[in-house]
Design a protein around this ligand. Structure first.
Ligand code: HEC
Length: 152
């Protein structure tokens, strides 16, 4: 009896790690890539948003680097990160509407580029210009999430 308990514990541990590995193997790399891309957007947008809200002090170089990164993300090709078989699947909140209305989805990325460029132009020039530009970019996030992302 004394040997049974550790054996069961080992079996349980192995089972959990296999299940974990399997769930990771099933996540298509496009899903991982675009979720990572969204997190890069979110981190940089958050850096500037925290300055606008007064949570962090304004720092021109930090704001500029964050805005530059947002513009950089916009330059990554978006079409190939959202292939049809990876839409509406477990582990992703991307809706099938992205495939059905590819032009509309890509048009929002164009809006993202315009808003990110607007933010890039003012980011290093003082806190005054930041609020409006952040607000405009935030509208673009919301527009896309409203139409193309599963609400949970
Ligand atoms: C053109 C459409 C579009 C734009 C623009 C967009 N998003 Fe997203 N975002 C999505 C979609 C679709 C998902 C779901 C992706 C998935 O799960 O496959 C998502 C997911 C996310 C996630 C969750 C990532 C994860 O770990 O699962 C965050 C955070 C996020 N977006 C933040 C933002 C912010 C902040 C902005 C604006 C500065 C923004 N997004 C702009 C479409 C967009």
């Amino acid at each position: 009896m004394r040997r049974t308990i550790p054996t069961l514990a080992i079996v349980a541990t192995v089972t959990v790690s296999v299940a974990f590995a399997a769930s990771h193997a099933e996540t298509p790399r496009e899903v991982k890539a675009r979720q990572g891309l969204m997190n890069i957007i979110s981190i940089n947008f958050g850096t500037i948003g925290d300055m606008v809200r007064g949570k962090d002090d304004y720092d021109a170089a930090t704001a500029q680097a964050a805005a530059d990164s947002l513009v950089g993300v916009g330059m990554i090709q978006h079409d190939n990160l959202w292939p049809e078989p990876t839409l509406g699947i477990d582990g992703s909140r991307a809706l099938t509407e992205i495939g059905e209305d590819r032009a509309g989805f890509l048009a929002i990325w164009d809006r993202f580029d315009t808003a990110a460029a607007g933010l890039q132009a003012v980011a290093g020039g003082g806190i005054e210009g930041l609020g409006g530009a952040v607000g405009e970019l935030g509208q673009v996030c919301k527009a896309c999430h409203d139409d193309y992302r599963l609400t949970r």
